[in-house]
Design a protein around this ligand. Structure first.
Ligand SMILES: Nc1ncnc2c1ncn2[C@@H]1O[C@H](COP(=O)(O)OP(=O)(O)OP(=O)(O)O)[C@@H](O)[C@H]1O
Ligand SMILES: [Mg+2]
Length: 265
């Protein structure tokens, strides 16, 4: 059954659970060379319930990365506000509980997989042995136990994505933000990574917001999908994906959602 589309301002999560992320009336303009500011986001409002998964889907340039940057605190909105666990982001202190996985893996080529994951822990004053133990644990979690001493050039694209995921998970985040994390992978590796991410989500129960161009990915992973419209970016529709997991991308009820979301983009 396909339903539960809701206005843009409605909650993107499970009714009754508290929001991990609240985006309220966020607008953003960027300066341009012509002097005419570029209106990138217009009055975005969303709530992401704790432990839920929100997909953000939209055409290139519709402001998806900018929205993620604003949620992560890297970019300040011109209007509106973001709250993390109910705290306005400008007052929020516990940014180490929020991980951001960028589109490119950003692995350091001169460090092994383990040392790349340890990198995320280096800001924390933690004994070296403890760092190593935690990094190894994160690599185990993403299925890379035997590759901790491999350098990035010795790893496949899928393995590199797993290292980047391990680095995002090593601080045990409550919130995981992901910007097109699997877009460079082939279809087969991508669906392996989907299964992996859902397995980790079942274990760790973090709140996830991910940006994607891939409609199928959004239906397979998300509890809710925010479809963005461009120029200026706004939430055109919020679609709740009311299907049990795991979701087979060829099942009729999944393809119905895929068709519906495609029609909205
Ligand atoms: N720092 C910046 N300064 C000026 N303009 C910017 C900046 N960051 C983004 N923009 C502009 O804002 C608009 C939205 O960019 P954004 O990267 O958020 O889009 P997106 O939806 O993530 O696109 P894509 O799917 O291609 O990654 C674009 O027109 C872009 O040129
Ligand atoms: Mg982007």
């Amino acid at each position: 059954m396909i339903e539960s589309s809701a206005p843009a301002a409605a909650a993107a999560g499970f009714e009754g659970s508290r929001p991990a992320i609240t985006v309220a009336g966020v607008s953003k303009w960027f300066p341009t060379a012509s002097g005419e500011p570029l209106h990138v986001l217009d009055n975005i409002s969303l709530e992401v319930a704790e432990h839920s998964i929100l997909g953000i889907l939209g055409a290139s340039g519709s402001g998806k990365s900018t929205l993620l940057n604003i949620i992560s605190g890297l970019v300040t909105p011109d209007r509106g506000r973001v709250c993390i666990n109910g705290v306005p982001s400008e007052q929020f202190k516990d940014w180490r509980s929020v991980s951001y996985m960028f589109q490119e893996d950003r692995l350091l080529p001169w460090r092994t997989a383990c040392r790349n994951v340890e990198f995320a822990l280096e800001a924390a004053s933690m004994p070296k042995a403890e760092r190593k133990r935690r990094a190894q644990e994160a690599l185990d979690l993403v299925g890379l136990s035997g590759f901790s001493d491999a350098f990035p050039f010795q790893l496949s694209g899928g393995m590199r994505s797993r290292v980047a995921l391990a680095r995002s998970l090593v601080l045990e985040p409550c919130i995981l933000l992901m910007d097109e994390p699997f877009s460079r992978l082939d279809a087969q590796t991508r669906s392996l990574m989907h299964a992996e991410l859902l397995r980790i989500h079942r274990l760790k129960k973090m709140t996830i917001v991910f940006v994607t161009h891939d409609v199928e990915e959004s239906v397979v992973l998300a509890d809710n999908v925010a479809v963005m419209a461009p120029r200026p970016g706004r939430v055109r529709e919020l679609v709740g994906i009311e299907l049990d997991r795991p979701r087979d991308s060829t099942a009729p009820e999944v393809t119905q959602y895929i068709q519906r979301l495609r029609a909205l983009i």
